[in-house]
Design a binder for this molecule. Structure first.
Ligand code: NAD
Ligand code: GLY
Length: 388
């Protein structure tokens, strides 16, 4: 479709687990896209009820000739289905079709399908190969790259999972044309993220091109996906297992994950929660004296122009585990919004012994991980959220 946009390849360098990220138009249908995969028996296409009618048959057609048998499992759509129960449907399908260890799983969809398919691939027979075919902007610029796979637990986001790298990532930019506008904006949150943490030139470019991105201009999309993947590949190559540098990719996510869990998964989109979470994390960075107000205003304005919420919501008290909010010895006072945010953030994966860690901006295109006094975090929540 976009013949004027030549395909690009970004390599992610992980030794014997290195792989290419293909970026371009018309990649989904092309048998050449899959020609270099190792010899395999069966393919299992994992997708969902929205993406399946749009793209599954085209992928299956492209895979014919490469695989003796091609099966498909169609999951329910949505973050609320990123669960053990849904994951088990992938195992049910693999076992029902007597799939062996040379079966390749194809994750066709957004980050929810990609994260669950990757986790299924990591676990089935202790590991079978898989290919990411991301069809949302968020999945193309972030979740399909880097090997983080997971499902949610009702008490915490992405709490059960594994690091497991795909064989390749296929970003067909044409698929972005069918994305609902709200999902496009959610993906832009993860694109914007790369600016303040790693690349001011890219930040400037996003500001100058946000209208083209919202209009899905193919050349602008191609650049945004490629530069985002380059930055992510650069970070992951240095810290695949998330012991240090990789945490910067979680800018906005500590607050964002609290929003997702605190409203019930699926109420706000992941990218919406991350967009608003970046506003809150930038505000915290300013209160810690790390950045000036001008950068916070600039980032907030860009997030708003991308169609994302910039005010945090009031979270649901019932969303936290019984006893999780310590409001003071013997206290029976009503939980404040800040209490609920803090309770969720204490189970964030970056937290250590209950001490919450935040990704903050601490210079131009530079981020780091820090703790902050609860009182200061409460100030941020009160200043950035609707309701107390
Ligand atoms: P999603 O997977 O729910 O997809 C968003 C919506 O778009 C869904 O309704 C989906 O069916 C639909 N859709 C997908 N492709 C479409 C297309 N081409 N046309 C029309 N509709 C389409 O959400 P997402 O934003 O892609 O991913 C969010 C998930 O990714 C979260 O669970 C988040 O935790 C995870 N994530 C993981 C990582 C990681 O490193 N593994 C990074 C970021 C986010
Ligand atoms: N999206 C965060 C990471 O991949 O580490």
């Amino acid at each position: 479709m976009h013949a004027s946009i030549p395909p690009n390849t970004v390599e992610i360098d992980l030794g014997d687990r290195s792989y290419p990220i293909l970026i371009g138009g018309s990649l989904l249908d092309a048998p050449t896209t899959y020609a270099d995969l190792p010899p395999a028996t069966a393919a299992l296409v994992v997708t969902n009820s929205t993406v399946s009618p749009l793209y599954a048959q085209r992928l299956r057609t492209a895979l014919q000739g490469k695989f003796r048998s091609i099966h498909t499992v169609v999951l329910s759509d949505g973050e609320a289905h990123k669960t053990w129960q849904t994951l088990n449907l992938i195992f049910d399908s693999l076992l029902a079709h007597e799939c062996d260890r040379k079966t390749v799983l194809f994750a066709l969809g957004g980050g929810v399908v990609g994260d669950m398919t990757g986790f299924a691939a990591a676990s089935y027979m202790r590991g079978v190969p898989f290919v990411q075919v991301p069809t949302t902007l968020l999945a193309q610029v972030d979740s399909s790259v880097g090997g983080k796979t997971a499902i949610n637990h009702p008490l915490g986001k992405n709490m059960i999972g594994a690091f497991y790298q795909p064989l390749k990532v296929v970003c067909d930019l044409d698929t972005l044309q069918t994305l609902p506008p709200r999902e496009l904006s959610a993906g832009l949150a993860e694109v914007i993220k790369y600016g303040p943490i790693a690349d001011l030139v890219f930040f400037d470019w996003i500001e100058a091109n946000i209208d083209r991105l919202l209009a899905r201009d193919p050349a602008a999309m191609a650049h945004a996906v490629k530069r985002s993947c380059e930055i992510k590949a650069w970070v992951v190559a240095q810290d695949e297992r998330d012991y240090g540098l990789r945490a910067i990719l979680n800018f906005g996510h500590t607050f964002g994950h609290a929003i997702e869990a605190g409203l019930g998964f699926g109420e706000w989109l992941h990218g919406e929660a991350v967009g608003c979470g970046m506003v809150m994390a930038a505000n915290l960075s300013q209160r810690l004296g790390l950045v000036d107000a001008a950068l916070v205003r600039r980032l907030t304005a860009l997030i708003q122009r991308a169609g994302l919420p910039i005010r945090g919501p009031q979270l649901l008290a019932g969303s936290i585990a019984h006893g999780a909010a310590q409001t003071g010895a013997g206290s029976s006072r009503k939980l404040s919004n800040a209490d609920i945010y803090l309770a969720h953030m204490r189970v964030d994966k970056k937290a250590e012994a209950g001490e919450i860690k935040f990704v903050v901006i601490d210079g131009p295109a530079r981020a780091s991980v820090r703790s902050a006094p609860d009182a200061l975090v409460r100030e941020v929540i009160d200043a950035c959220c609707d309701g107390r």
